[in-house]
Design a protein around this ligand. Structure first.
Ligand SMILES: Nc1nc2c(ncn2[C@@H]2O[C@H](COP(=O)(O)OP(=O)(O)OP(=O)(O)O)[C@@H](O)[C@H]2O)c(=O)[nH]1
Ligand SMILES: [Mg+2]
Length: 478
């Protein structure tokens, strides 16, 4: 029986990353089918509906046995933005056939980079129609397993409407897992002045209403692209190419580079869902990720890293051994979040491999090899989950995703809180928020995030003295 996943794309960033995901997912399925031609099977059905458009209204064709033909594929997705531009572009582009009118909601003014406008105004305004779209998708599923939210935390719609939708899902579909890929703004370079407010207000909701969050930080993506470009340039021409990304100015991460950044975020999603989308010898379902990696319900933020990293969509040329890939995936350069897991404590960790040239024995040997290097919490020293899907990604014969539930994320929340406090103590822009929400929401959300920081810090107690000292100083700033 298929186990379906419904993707919810909220705001500009969520929809742009979604677009990349669907584009590459279709290409991966085409590559997997090869010359034999694709059929509609349970794996494909986890992310797509198969519709016969010759009927009015169109009829859905379920996978039956091994030879159900593909008619017209529709993404199991709901697209939401309080502006029209990005969704309209998506509907006009090459993916237009993948979505129909029942799958999207747009407004025209946007949420003005204001979480409160998204959460308290647009959320309730569209509550009924959002639920109706989700119900329509859910009713076509045989065994709906998870919702997958794609959004940024820095703006107003992805953060505000996105977290409002999470609450709706929690109330209406309490048994279906809620995963989020949440894009954290770059601390060094973000053009949204209110992003510290939006990030903190959303993080409080993510802690409460998501089952699992994969935070991706824009600054980490920028750094990956920059390093990749200079490495490629050195490899290819023996000299440095000028980077298309500069570290200053609001335009630095816009335009073409968002495209590259979104490619990396989409790779994370493709990798994570590959076990659901393809057959494999050691499939790891999304629900197994939460079961194995989330020992405490609120501590569900997983730091991810991928190796090898390709940013341009070009084939990764350098031949790499499985050992090299394991070493690389644990390097800071390959993380999608700027944090230092190796200096902190792992609560659990997953290694999910894609590709043909790896066996379960290879995986287990490598996990034993690196196990000594990672500081695991004392009650879960064997807390490693491995997965193997034989369908490789498009750009490399082998690829490894590491998901770490690590206390280092607490320090990232502490710096988020610091940026928030800098603005909040001067009450900058607060009146834009209190136009829509009770001022107490700021205080409550701060308490929620403080609790999260303290909960992660409490798990650090068995670390060497320098780490404990550092955490004490983090806690004293709360
Ligand atoms: N990685 C990535 N980040 C993006 C993208 N688009 C916007 N961002 C980041 O997301 C934050 C702004 O959020 P948006 O997604 O543009 O805002 P929104 O959800 O549409 O909300 P409103 O425009 O306020 O209605 C900033 O931190 C941007 O740097 C994107 O395509 N990719
Ligand atoms: Mg927008």
């Amino acid at each position: 029986m298929p186990r379906e996943c419904i993707t919810i794309q909220a705001g500009q960033c969520g929809n742009q990353i979604g677009c990349k995901f669907w584009e590459s997912a279709l290409r991966e399925h085409a590559a997997a089918a090869g010359n034999q031609g694709a059929v509609f099977d349970d794996a494909l059905s986890s992310f797509f509906r198969n519709v016969d458009t010759r009927y009015k209204p169109p009829r859905e064709i379920k996978p039956r046995g091994g030879n159900t033909p593909i008619l017209s594929l529709k993404a199991r997705a709901v697209l939401i933005d309080m502006e029209e531009g990005v969704v309209n572009q998506l509907l006009k582009g090459q993916l237009s056939d993948l979505f129909d009118k029942k799958q999207y909601i747009t407004d025209n003014s946007g949420s003005g980079n204001n979480w409160a406008q998204g959460h308290e105004f647009y959320g309730p305004k569209y509550s009924e129609s959002i639920l109706e779209k989700i119900r329509h998708e859910a009713e076509s599923c045989e065994s709906l397993q998870s919702f997958f939210m794609l959004h940024s935390l820095g703006g107003g719609t992805g953060s505000g409407v996105g977290t409002y939708i999470l609450e709706l899902l929690d109330d209406n579909y309490p048994k279906v897992y809620r995963f989020c890929t949440s894009i954290f703004p770059s601390a060094e370079d973000d053009h949204v002045v209110t992003s510290p407010y939006n990030s903190l207000l959303s993080t409080a909701k993510l802690a409460e209403h998501a089952d699992c969050v994969l935070p991706v930080e824009n600054q980490a993506l920028i750094d990956i692209i920059r390093k990749r470009e200079s490495l490629d340039a050195r490899l290819e021409a023996g000299q440095r190419l000028p980077s298309s990304i500069t570290s200053k100015g609001s335009k630095a991460i816009q335009g073409k580079s968002f495209d590259q950044m979104n490619g990396i975020a989409a790779n994370l999603l493709l990798h994570l869902t590959s076990s659901m989308r393809f057959e494999g010898p050691l499939n790891v379902d999304l629900n197994e990720i939460t079961t194995n990696l989330v020992p405490y319900p609120r501590l569900h933020f997983l730091v991810s890293s991928i190796a090898p990293l390709s940013t341009s969509g070009r084939l990764v040329q350098r031949p790499q051994s499985i050992n090299q890939i394991f070493t690389e995936v644990l390097s800071r350069d390959n993380q999608l979040m700027k944090a230092s897991p190796s200096s902190y404590t792992y609560l659990a960790c997953a290694f999910l491999m894609r590709g043909n040239f790896c066996t379960i024995t290879d995986l287990n040997q490598n996990v034993s090899r690196i196990q000594q290097r990672l500081h695991m919490v004392h009650w879960n020293t064997e807390g490693f989950k491995t997965g193997l899907c034989h369908q490789p990604p498009l750009d490399s014969p082998l690829s490894l995703l590491c998901l770490a539930n690590n206390t280092c994320i607490g320090s990232r929340f502490a710096s988020m809180k610091e940026s928030f406090s800098k603005l909040y103590k001067r009450k900058v822009y607060v009146h834009h928020y209190t136009e829509y929400m009770d001022p107490g929401v700021f205080e409550d959300s701060c308490c929620q995030v403080d609790d999260l920081i303290a909960e992660y810090a409490a798990l650090e107690v068995l670390r060497p003295p320098d780490t404990v000292q550092r955490l004490k100083s983090v806690l004293s700033n709360i």
